[in-house]
Design a protein. Structure first.
Lengths: 68, 374
């Protein structure tokens, strides 16, 4: 009876021990600012407005004529 | 393409082999900086140009070394065509023309990244698939971005009344089915154009029986080595005339192309080679005129008349049956199919003397008893 109760808790004890030993397990690795921004659609949309305000839209000459 | 789409990176990319490399290792910039303006200082947008080997050579040394000298990477034939028409030039003219070439010609190069990762710079970039590398570039975006003006429209049937190329319409082939990686990545020899590339696609590569000496079809037997395949099997292609380039008051490059039309012209082959022994080939008119670069350097193309303005074409309008091969006399005796001196402007008569087909060289109309039996 005593032994059965111990084996029931054993997996939880092991998981708890591993979690203390490896505090980063289950968390995402830290990412650079590049990755944080370029994988975030909302942030990119906001930033693209700002970039456009600062740099303007790519320009095409109004003097172009015919097929390029 | 929305601006954010051009630079959105999928998280799936981070799990790929290329995604294991730190962004800063290829692109530079300041990865710890949270201000986008200063974070992008020193950023290298395309790490594969102008040095393919530093970007790709560590893992793909053979491919990157060849690619760096390839026609797509260097677009050398365009520069050489301009220089041939310039002849010997003094330093001032040379500097002005270098500027013109930089502004109007050099934008069309294709680097490793501009085929396999993003759209070409010529169309202002943008990832093909959220930075996931594409082993085979998608033709609708990559090839069509630069070749959309003529080739892609011809191949896919976008031109009014001209059927799509049979390889596309009937066989569902893409550009890459003929233009293999070996061709794209091959270094171009000195002075080489696409017609001299040893890796270029050739009709007989897929249709060897039709080009064999003992070919069954009488038309193939009779015309073998005399007429390029496209003379019989291509439809009209886009011809451009009289393009002028310059820089507008805002400092933006512009072009003015005065005429574009669909036409089909057969001309003489002025320089037969063992590989291209044909007497007749299909011709294309590039948009250059003696004044094309006058904005930058008036009269710079002083040797203009030394080189034909009707040059060998690579039509992408191939059909098994065309108006000119439906019957023998669809071509024989058809003056309008052959380049005539009347098709030329005065200033290009001299340049095309070896290309126009005089009346006495037009194949004569066949009588009924002269038509070979099938």
């Amino acid at each position: 009876m005593q032994r059965g109760r111990f084996s029931r808790w054993m997996p939880l004890i092991i998981i708890a021990a591993l979690s203390f030993a490896c505090p980063l397990a289950g968390q995402e690795a830290p990412t650079s600012t590049c990755v944080q921004c370029h994988t975030d659609v909302k942030k990119l949309i906001r930033l693209s407005w700002e970039v456009e305000r600062v740099r303007g839209k790519p320009k095409v000459s109004a003097e172009n004529e015919g097929e390029g | 393409m929305e601006p954010y789409e051009k630079i959105y990176v999928s998280r799936t990319f981070l799990d790929t082999d290329h995604g294991q490399v730190e962004c800063v290792d290829c692109h530079g910039g300041n990865p710890e900086d949270t201000d986008w303006q200063t974070a992008h200082e020193g950023l290298v947008k395309d790490p594969t140009f102008p040095d393919a080997e530093s970007g790709c050579g560590e893992c793909h040394p053979d491919i990157s070394a060849g690619t760096q000298a390839s026609l797509h990477y260097t677009i050398a034939p365009i520069g050489k065509a301009v220089m041939r028409r310039m002849g010997a030039a003094d330093a001032g003219v040379q500097a002005a023309m270098d500027k013109a070439r930089e502004r109007h010609c050099s934008q069309c190069h294709a680097s490793c990244g501009q085929c396999h990762v993003s759209r070409p710079d010529y169309v202002h970039g943008g990832f093909l698939a959220q930075h996931n590398f594409q082993k085979t570039p998608p033709m609708e975006t990559t090839c069509a971005s630069c070749h959309g003006g003529r080739i892609f429209g011809e191949f896919t049937g976008l031109n009014k009344k001209i059927a799509a190329d049979t390889h596309f319409e009937d066989e569902e082939m893409t550009c890459m089915d003929c233009h293999k990686a070996e061709q794209m990545h091959a270094p171009a020899g000195e002075g080489a154009t696409r017609h001299q590339s040893t890796h270029r696609p050739r009709c007989e590569g897929c249709h060897p029986d039709e080009a064999a000496e003992d070919v069954q079809a009488p038309a193939h037997r009779i015309h073998r080595d005399k007429v390029a395949c496209q003379v019989c099997h291509a439809q009209p292609i886009k011809q451009c005339y009289s393009c002028h380039v310059g820089t507008d008051a805002q400092g933006i490059a512009y072009f003015k192309c005065q005429k574009t039309e669909l036409d089909f012209k057969i001309g003489r082959n002025p320089r037969p080679t063992p590989e291209r022994p044909y007497a007749f080939t299909v011709k294309h008119h590039p948009p250059v005129v003696p004044e094309t670069f006058d904005f930058y350097s008036p009269g710079a193309l002083k040797d203009f008349a030394l080189h034909p303005t009707w040059t060998d074409a690579a039509p992408h309008t191939i059909r098994r049956i065309t108006p000119q091969n439906r019957t023998c006399n669809g071509c024989h005796g058809q003056r309008k199919l052959f380049l005539d001196v009347k098709d030329l402007d005065d200033w290009e008569v001299e340049a095309n003397a070896a290309v126009v087909v005089p009346d006495d060289q037009i194949p004569s109309t066949l009588e009924a008893d002269e038509v070979p039996a099938n």
